[in-house]
Design a binder for this molecule. Structure first.
Ligand SMILES: [Ca+2]
Ligand SMILES: [Ca+2]
Ligand SMILES: [Ca+2]
Ligand SMILES: [Ca+2]
Length: 455
């Protein structure tokens, strides 16, 4: 099969132990279809997101190849990745060494030592307080009994969800007009009230596992012979608990992004989303603010198999397919482990305008609370794969700006020139699913960055 070979001329220069310089050719025109190998074997592999599309016949990001052939033992700088999510098990055996702490804050003295507006914020902040379950945003909006721009769509959506409702939680919390999940005492529509919640960033119960899983994909220790390996090897996770079970509040997301940007994050991962967002303008303002602080945001496309150019999801860096408010926001769709017609994860949202790239997001094994591990599927898993790639790039090329990280990740991805299933009876060119038509590849991204192909 043509193009099956990486051709590299390998020369690695280390001008200092901090800088990785290398020249090698990256994979410009990869094969459009790679024959499947034994899929059961691949599924049993615990780290398919790290494998190589050519050598391993799975659409991984060539992470292992990048470490063994490019990075080797060179040292990078430490990169801070803020994970806006549920609480995180910061004491997890495979994460505890890679947790960001606020060095300027003295723990437990009830004083805001660094005067950043948050008392005793050692690991980040918990904007949810004691909350765990929440309504969906459309339930909150309709429950107010007032008019709002997308009310008709919201009511249709609500009625559909109610008709299809399965499970106690949906009726008791998500679609229940009377349920009050918020416990922080602030007005969630008043963005001037910025101080609420507490410093308890850990998971509030064992099954609050989403944030830990996301953090593990980015940052689980690579060299401790435990559990699993994160994509990044020199990273600290800043923990921002903003995502309940149910829909997140725009205010918590905006303030979480601002906290991360103000307190030293290089990259923010946002593995969540919702179909209605009454203060999406405030979130876009926060995205633009993060851009002004040179912070990249990596965002999950969502799991409804929707075309986001038609059915929007939030957060997003543009409104109704209009201009992007900044150049620091990447939206990521999910890949399955199967190269070929099933390459797109069946659930993954897509969009030629609103999704930028695709990355592994099915049956990804990562950390979950109490020193355990589990496989999860979702664009929630694809986004941290890309945040991890961004962290590695930033670690070895620390001068890169947020918009350059975005450009490198997108441009160096592997183009897929073949049709994939969009639904059980419908095919689409993979190229039509995202702006770039590419899947993310760390090996290529490092070579691209080293060769300064970005502007
Ligand atoms: Ca503080
Ligand atoms: Ca303090
Ligand atoms: Ca490990
Ligand atoms: Ca966009």
């Amino acid at each position: 099969m043509k193009n099956l070979t990486y051709i590299f001329m390998f020369l690695m220069f280390f001008t200092s132990c901090k800088t990785l310089k290398l020249t090698a050719e990256y994979l410009d025109n990869p094969p459009s279809v790679v024959p499947k190998v034994a899929l059961s074997t691949d599924l049993n592999r615990n780290n398919w997101q790290h494998l190589d599309p050519i050598n391993d016949s799975v659409p991984g990001m060539s992470v292992d190849k990048a470490y063994t052939e490019l990075i080797k033992d060179s040292e990078g700088q430490t990169v801070v990745v803020a994970v806006l999510d549920t609480g995180i098990d910061i004491k997890h055996e495979d994460l505890k060494g890679n947790i960001w702490t606020n060095k300027k804050e003295i723990p437990g003295n009830n004083i805001d030592d660094d005067k950043n507006g948050f008392v005793d914020d050692v690991y980040g902040w918990n904007f949810l307080g004691e909350a765990y379950y929440e309504q969906l945003e459309l339930t909150r909006l309709l429950g107010k009994g007032e008019d709002f721009p997308e009310k008709e769509d919201a009511q249709k959506d609500y009625d559909k969800r109610l008709a299809e409702a399965r499970g106690e939680e949906t009726l008791k919390y998500y679609l229940n007009y009377d349920f009050k999940g918020r416990t922080t005492g602030d007005d969630p529509d008043n963005f001037d009230q910025t101080y609420y919640g507490d410093n308890k960033v850990e998971h509030s119960r064992e099954d609050e596992s989403h944030g830990t899983h996301v953090a593990g994909i980015i940052a689980a220790a690579r060299n401790n012979n435990l559990g699993m390996k994160g994509v990044a090897n020199n990273v600290q996770i800043m923990t921002l608990r903003v995502v309940p079970y149910g829909d997140e509040y725009d205010k918590d997301i905006a303030l979480g992004i601002i906290y991360a940007a103000d307190n030293g994050a290089d990259i923010i991962n946002t593995s969540f989303g919702k179909g209605f967002s009454p203060h999406s303008d405030k979130v876009r303002d926060a995205i633009a603010y993060a851009a002004s602080k040179n912070v990249l945001i990596v965002n999950a496309a969502g799991n409804d198999n929707n075309d986001l150019d038609v059915i929007p999801a939030y957060p997003n860096d543009s409104y109704k397919n209009g201009p992007e408010v900044a150049d620091n926001f990447i939206t990521v769709g999910a890949l399955s482990p199967f190269i070929g017609k099933d390459l797109k994860a069946s659930f993954s949202n897509y969009g030629k305008i609103n999704v930028d790239v695709f990355a592994p997001g099915v049956l990804i094994r990562s950390a979950v609370p109490e020193d355990k591990y589990a496989r999860k599927s979702g664009t929630s898993m694809a986004s941290p794969c890309v945040a991890g790639v961004a962290a590695v790039l930033k670690s070895y090329f620390p001068k890169l700006k947020a918009h350059q990280l975005k450009k490198i990740i997108i441009d160096s991805g592997i183009k897929v020139n073949s049709k994939v299933m969009l639904d059980y009876d419908e095919e689409i060119e993979f190229d039509e699913l995202s702006k770039s038509g590419k899947m993310v590849n760390l090996y290529n991204a490092l070579i691209y960055a080293a060769n300064k192909k970005y502007k």
